[in-house]
Structure formats: structure tokens, C-alpha cells
Design a binder for this molecule. Structure first.
Ligand SMILES: Cc1cc2nc3c(=O)[nH]c(=O)nc-3n(C[C@H](O)[C@H](O)[C@H](O)COP(=O)(O)OP(=O)(O)OC[C@H]3O[C@@H](n4cnc5c(N)ncnc54)[C@H](O)[C@@H]3O)c2cc1C
Ligand code: SF4
Length: 327
């Protein structure tokens, strides 16, 4: 690990001022950043510890939404009664991630900004445009079983690993940001992540020193919420494919639908095409299969990950059937 300096930010304003200096980086729970620093993949010269800033609360918003502070622990959000009852898909997604110990330490802000699990990103001897821009992509033509089938580019085919972000996408969450100039802004989660294009090292719209201060959830959409995660082992493993689905039905007909996929793209992947194919249609397996086909119409396999296309379709059908049955 390279030498670095450290400070604990006394308040948010001081934090963004310190983090906008060259070489500085935020640390929250440290569960992703410290691993990357030990491998010298991330090499900050200065760490700004924001874990004790007063952004841990989960608060009611006027009109029925919730605001979750960026420093709230993943486990506290999972266990919150309001989250469990009104935003079950978020609680389920968080619970499906990492381990109990990690969730106790991991923050909401850090979860959103965690880096990919592409093995070549972690291997400093391999070509990786995300880690070393312009060096190439060892995953294209290499071991790419866990890689993206949607939204990738010829520069990078990595997936985003967060389960929570998939649920937040289905819930149409907004990310609250505090900038280096001390101004605040809100970004819809659908606009927060960038697709790789030819700059895969730029993963979000965060500006230099910009800090996530919270996440706001609009009032829950109607319908049953389900998060389903398919992975190589039953716990302590990232998604090969996941689905966040919210389905409302009346007399066997779907009246509203939200669908987002995880594990298939460089960002949480909302499928408005699947939602359109579901809305107004009977809640039957035939409808679910049509929605799965349109959701994956642009999917492209890279060899070892070809199986993900069918897996994503089947996972969506199974999740929709479960949601409709219980709805
Ligand atoms: C063994 C293991 C298994 C895991 N399994 C899963 C899984 O199955 N599913 C899943 O979703 N996740 C999984 N994770 C990832 C885990 O969820 C993340 O490591 C964690 O959420 C990161 O949060 P943190 O607070 O520790 O972030 P940190 O490690 O402190 O920071 C991560 C990044 O976010 C930046 N950052 C932190 N807070 C802010 C902020 N407020 N504003 C702007 N930038 C910020 C940091 O600068 C850093 O770049 C796993 C991790 C491990 C180690
Ligand atoms: S897929 Fe992306 S992260 Fe993985 S090696 Fe290629 S450029 Fe690097």
C-alpha cells in the first residue's frame, strides 16, 4: 500500500473542500476502497474520512417518501421498519449483498460508488482500460463469464456490482450531492452512472470532490416489490443476474410495472421496454416471456457470458410470476 495522509472531516463543507484537492478521496466504511488500496489499484495520497458526518438518519419526507443519509449503514437501512414495509425491494437487495459484518460497516454512499468486480481490474499485470486508460481490455476475448451483456463498449465490458443500486433504480431514487463549490444538486439514479463508451474509468457524474449526502425515495409505487438475485453460491457472492420488479395487478391484469436488472450491464439496467410490454396485459407467463424477450433484445454475449441472456430472461419471468401470484 502506498503512503497517504488522513483527516477526519469535521463537517460536510470541510469534507468537500478537502476532497477536491488533487489525489484526495473519501473513505466511508472502507470495505471496498481499502481492498483496492492494498492492491495499489486505488492510490489516493490523502483520505478524507466522512464516516462520522451526521448523515446516518432515515427520515420521513412530506408526501410519503423517505430520505436515507449517505452514512447510514447498509444493515440499518435493511432493518428499518419503514424500508422493510414500504420499500421491500430495497431491503431485500441490501440483504442479498455481501455479509452481515460488511453490511454493518458499508455505507449507502460507498455502496453506490463501489468499483467493478472484473478480475482483470484487480490484476495489475493485465490490460484494463478502467484501471489504466488506453491499455486495452483483457476481458474481451478473455475470462468474461461475469461480464456485461447490455450497455458495454469495445473499451470495457465490466458490470456494476451493487445490488442496492438496482433496487434504487426500480424505485426511481434521487441522489443528493454536495459539490466542491458548496452547492447541492439532485441527480436521478438513472442519470448517476455513465456507460463506459471510450472512457470506462469515468463511472458516475460525480464532479471532483463532490460528495453523496443522501438518497431520497419517492412514495412507493403501487404493487408488490421483489428482488431476486442469481449467483454462483447462496451467500457472500455478487450477482450473475438480478431483477428488481414492482408489479401492480387488478383482476389478473397488470396495471403498473417497474423492472431493473443487475449483473448484466455497467450500470443498474432499467428496462422501460419490459415495463411497456407488461402494462395493461394479463399477468400470465406468456406476457412475462414477451417482456423478457424485449428486455434482452439488444443483449450481446462475449462468449463465456452468453448464458446470461437466457438466465436474465428466466430470472425476470420467475420474479414476475412470484410478484403477480402474491399481488
Ligand atoms: C467480500 C465482499 C463481498 C461483497 N458482496 C457484495 C454483494 O454481494 N453485493 C453488493 O452490492 N456489494 C457487495 N460488496 C460491496 C460492498 O457493498 C461495498 O464494499 C460497500 O457497500 C462500500 O461501502 P463503504 O462505505 O465501505 O465504501 P468505501 O469503501 O469507503 O468507499 C467506496 C468508494 O466510494 C467512495 N465514497 C464513499 N462514500 C462516498 C460519498 N458519500 N460520496 C462520494 N463518494 C463516496 C469512496 O471514495 C470510494 O471510492 C461486497 C464487498 C466485499 C468486500
Ligand atoms: S472489462 Fe473493464 S474493468 Fe474489466 S478488464 Fe476490461 S476495461 Fe478493465
Amino acid at each position: 500500500m502506498r503512503a497517504f495522509t488522513y483527516e477526519r472531516a469535521p463537517d460536510a463543507q470541510a469534507a468537500v473542500a478537502a476532497a477536491s484537492m488533487p489525489g484526495a478521496k473519501y473513505i466511508s466504511g472502507g470495505t471496498n476502497l481499502l481492498d483496492l488500496m492494498k492492491l495499489e489499484i486505488e492510490q489516493p495520497t490523502h483520505l478524507v474520512d466522512i464516516s462520522r458526518l451526521p448523515f446516518k438518519a432515515i427520515a420521513e419526507l412530506p408526501g410519503g417518501g423517505l430520505r436515507i443519509g449517505a452514512q447510514a449503514a447498509n444493515s440499518d437501512v435493511t432493518a428499518d421498519r419503514r424500508v422493510r414495509t414500504r420499500y421491500a425491494v430495497l431491503s431485500q437487495a441490501l440483504l442479498a449483498g455481501a455479509s452481515g459484518q460488511l453490511r454493518n460497516k458499508a455505507s449507502i454512499g460507498g455502496n453506490l460508488v463501489q468499483r467493478t468486480r472484473c478480475p482483470y481490474f484487480y490484476d495489475t499485470a493485465a490490460d484494463c482500460n478502467k484501471r489504466d486508460p488506453g491499455s486495452g481490455c483483457a476481458a474481451i476475448g478473455g475470462f468474461n463469464r461475469i461480464h456485461a451483456i447490455l450497455g458495454a463498449s469495445d473499451a470495457c465490458i465490466a458490470t456494476h456490482p451493487s445490488d442496492m443500486a438496482v433496487a434504487l433504480t426500480a424505485l426511481e431514487a434521487q441522489i443528493e450531492l454536495l459539490g466542491a463549490d458548496q452547492t447541492t444538486r439532485r441527480v436521478a439514479i438513472g442519470d448517476f452512472y455513465r456507460l463506459p463508451g471510450d472512457t470506462p474509468h469515468t463511472e458516475t457524474v460525480l464532479g471532483p470532490g463532490e460528495m453523496i449526502t443522501g438518497v431520497t425515495l419517492p412514495p412507493p409505487p403501487p404493487g408488490r416489490q421483489i428482488y431476486r438475485k442469481v449467483r454462483d453460491r447462496a451467500s457472500y457472492e455478487f450477482a450473475l443476474v438480478s431483477v428488481a420488479a414492482i408489479i401492480a395487478a387488478n383482476e389478473g391484469r397488470i396495471t403498473a410495472a417497474r423492472v431493473a436488472f443487475g449483473g448484466v450491464a455497467p450500470k443498474p439496467w432499467r428496462s422501460v421496454e419490459a415495463e411497456a410490454a407488461l402494462t395493461g396485459r394479463p399477468a400470465t407467463m406468456a406476457t412475462f416471456r414477451e417482456a423478457a424477450e424485449v428486455a434482452m433484445v439488444d443483449a450481446v454475449g462475449r462468449g463465456q457470458n452468453d448464458f446470461k441472456i437466457d438466465l436474465a430472461k428466466r430470472t425476470l419471468c420467475r420474479t414476475l410470476a412470484q410478484a403477480a401470484q402474491a399481488g
